[in-house]
Design a protein around this ligand. Sequence first.
Ligand code: FAD
Ligand code: NAP
Length: 339
Amino acid sequence: MSILEYVSLQPYNTFGLDATAHYFCRVQSKSDIQYLIEDEWQYYRQHLIIGGGSNLLFCSNVDGLAIINEIVGIEIIKEDDDYVWIQCLSGTTWHDVVLYCVDRDWYGIENLSLIPGTIGAAPMQNIGAYGAELKDVFEELEAIDLRTAKSKIFSNAACEFGYRESIFKKAEKGNYFIYSVTLKLHKKPKINTAYGDIQKVISEKNILHPTAKDISDAVISIRESKLPNPKVLGNAGSFFKNPEVEKTLALQIQHSHPNLPMYELENGKVKIPAAWLIEQCGWKGKKIGNTGNHAKQALVIVNYGNASGTEIWQHAQQVQLSVNETFGIHLEPEVNVWL
Ligand code: FAD
Ligand code: NAP
């Protein structure tokens, strides 16, 4: 493994931002990462692990070591009549794991099709879409402690998963390299077509008994019709989390905005789509300089080509401020901002 100097990170982040890593390497095995921690770590002021770079906003250069995760592989480790357990090394592309499962007619992650990035980053924010979350199929992960180079197993409960949250974004932030993730998939059909347009797409194709592949195909076509492709227009998906607010506040807003979409949660709170709040404030499709909010999905902030990370971040903060002033709701960034 070689450590290079002054490498552009532009190919390694989906915003397409031209940040520079002072030092740069690719890890391809457990021993690579252990070697870095034991023999190299101390020499660098900063460290950044990069998977697919699809949830990162570079507002400055990496004044230290950027590590590209290329540790890949999928292995079946156990199965019975009802379930199969697969262990995926963390640099494996998430969508490749989805395809591996749907091709075998295993159920559980088909609703999470086409989410960019690696499986190693998936537990970071408990990726979710179309009524499914990683935590629903997550068995355990192996992480390497960046302070000691020792391995530790985290069970589902130990990861403290929440809505786009986990212990790795909170108490253990920056402390671990996620090395592998084990998922438990259903071998018998267990589908969820209730969310959004999935059922509509399935019905239009006259499919009566959808397979995991049918659901995956439906999700892919819905996503491709709505979301900007980062290869064409730089972005990192939803910039903010969807806020969970007290019901009294939601009812107050509904009084002046009868069309307010809201979803009641088990904890008594109410989830309001951040995209709706942003749209009400006039940001949908608005382009300012080299950045703006996407015309089809206001929650996605895009790079029209020459934006800097700081420009995107300042734009996001303007959006955040206007939603706060208009609705009294603080939008929390979902994207990991490298300041
Ligand atoms: P990166 O951006 O490389 O890293 C994200 C964070 O995780 C960084 O802090 C990084 O240091 C850390 N990290 C990465 N790998 C490791 C590791 N092995 N060990 C420790 N830390 C690590 N997200 C959703 O939840 N649902 C969606 O539907 C969704 N749709 C998206 C659509 C688009 C078009 C885009 C661009 C993004 C979307 N995202 C979505 C966000 C993003 O794809 C996910 O959060 C994804 O899991 C990020 O993976 P990554 O490998 O690109 O992570
Ligand atoms: P959407 O379906 O238009 O929904 C917008 C919002 O309404 C989201 O907050 C969603 O919550 C919520 N919602 C819709 N139907 C719901 C239901 N039946 N029950 C509970 N909440 C519901 O959103 P979209 O932009 O087209 O995205 C579709 C899915 O892909 C969503 O799940 C979204 O989270 C996910 N996605 C995520 C990213 C990212 O970067 N994180 C990017 C693109 C898409 P949830 O967000 O909880 O689903």
